[in-house]
Design a protein around this ligand. Structure first.
Ligand SMILES: Cc1ncc(COP(=O)(O)O)c(C=O)c1O
Length: 346
């Protein structure tokens, strides 16, 4: 199925062969690096003058061991944003389309529009779930990827697993499930469904629970054919040496994720309760943020920024999100600051 879905030119093209794909070790005269060294020395980061290993093998292997998934089913990218872009470039011809279920993470649309492919949009239901019959009805022969985000940004809820599985079964294209926030959720990842559905791609990131948004590393779990095509078109050294080393060591030590999770879930519940007391509608959250609704909330949001330098995200103008803002759960002290500033304004 995967080979049939891939764009013809991607199937036929020869991928770039970088120096480190040809030789992994030796005295290197082959990549025009600076053999004298680097202009800066970072402790614990040797050989910054050398290109990184092209496939982030150590990182994939650490992730494989951590997730109990074969390395062949894992791809590492420069943030999951890079993987969104690569998936569109592997599978969607310019006259074809991606289907997004809105409101959702804005980069699916931006990546598709940047690639010059069409964007079909379906609405989430009032409960922020997938309207499966309506999505299935919208699918055309040109639809190549459906993007689902679970837990969804910005609505904060998990999508029903059975709906996603139904889409995977009914759709002759790729179903991407973006699980950027899954570690904060009350239900498990769908990663183990990749064995059952070869068209399922799970996106993950180091930017949320791992606290590593600054290093730009994301990964996906998918059928090995999908991984091979992503490897075929990716830039030669897409994950840099520093980021790869940091992400690998984070996975191998995994020392803080459960502590982070506990604190964020506790704070999430506390903030939700306080905001409800203040009259906000607070949507149930499976993520590290809350979607809340309040009359004329954009005025509150602007005042918070102007008067207190507290920045929350407005979604006011989007369908289903009238008078809504998204608030990331932060430290207990920062959350207290925000809650008391909001209290003063309402
Ligand atoms: C749903 C979702 N996917 C992906 C990303 C981006 O992830 P990364 O930092 O790995 O590019 C975000 C960032 O906020 C997000 O909300």
């Amino acid at each position: 199925m995967i080979d049939k879905l891939v764009r013809k030119n991607i199937k036929e093209m020869k991928s770039y062969t970088s120096a480190r794909m040809l030789y992994e070790s030796g005295v290197f005269f082959d990549a025009n690096e600076n053999a004298l060294g680097s202009t800066i020395d970072l402790p614990g980061m040797p050989e910054l003058n050398r290109y990184p290993e092209p496939y982030s093998k150590k990182l994939r292997s650490a992730l494989g061991a951590f997730l109990k998934i074969n390395d062949k089913n894992i791809f590492a990218g420069n943030g999951s944003d890079e993987i969104i872009d690569l998936l569109i470039r592997v599978f969607v011809e310019p006259n074809e389309s991606v289907l997004i279920i809105e409101p959702t993470y804005g980069m699916y649309r931006v990546a598709a529009e940047t690639a010059g492919v069409n964007v079909q949009s379906c609405s989430l239901t009032e409960e922020f779930q997938i309207d499966v019959p309506s999505v299935v009805k919208s699918i055309t022969p040109e639809t190549k990827i459906i993007f689902c985000c679970s837990p969804n940004n910005p609505t904060s809820n998990l999508l029903r697993a059975q709906d996603i599985e139904e889409l995977c079964g009914q759709f002759n294209g790729i179903v991407v499930v973006d699980e950027a926030y899954i570690e904060f959720a009350s239900k498990p990842s769908l990663a183990n469904k990749v064995e059952k559905f070869e068209n399922l791609v799970i996106l993950r990131t180091f930017s949320k629970i791992w606290g590593l948004a600054g290093i730009r590393v994301g990964y996906c779990i998918a059928d090995s054919r999908v991984i091979e095509y992503l490897d075929k078109i990716k830039a030669p050294y897409n994950v840099n040496r520093i980021s790869s080393a940091i992400a690998t060591s984070a996975v191998q030590s995994n020392s803080k994720t459960s502590e982070f999770r506990d604190i964020i879930l506790r704070e999430r519940a506390r903030m939700a309760a306080r905001l409800k007391e203040m009259g906000f509608t607070v949507y149930p959250s499976d993520a590290n943020f809350l979607l809340v609704r309040y009359p004329d909330v954009s005025k509150i949001s602007k005042k918070l920024a102007e008067e207190s330098n507290l920045i929350i995200r407005e979604f006011d103008s989007k369908k289903l999100l009238e008078n809504c803002v998204r608030i990331s759960v932060a430290t207990p002290e920062q959350n207290d600051l925000l809650l008391s500033a909001i209290k003063k304004l309402i």
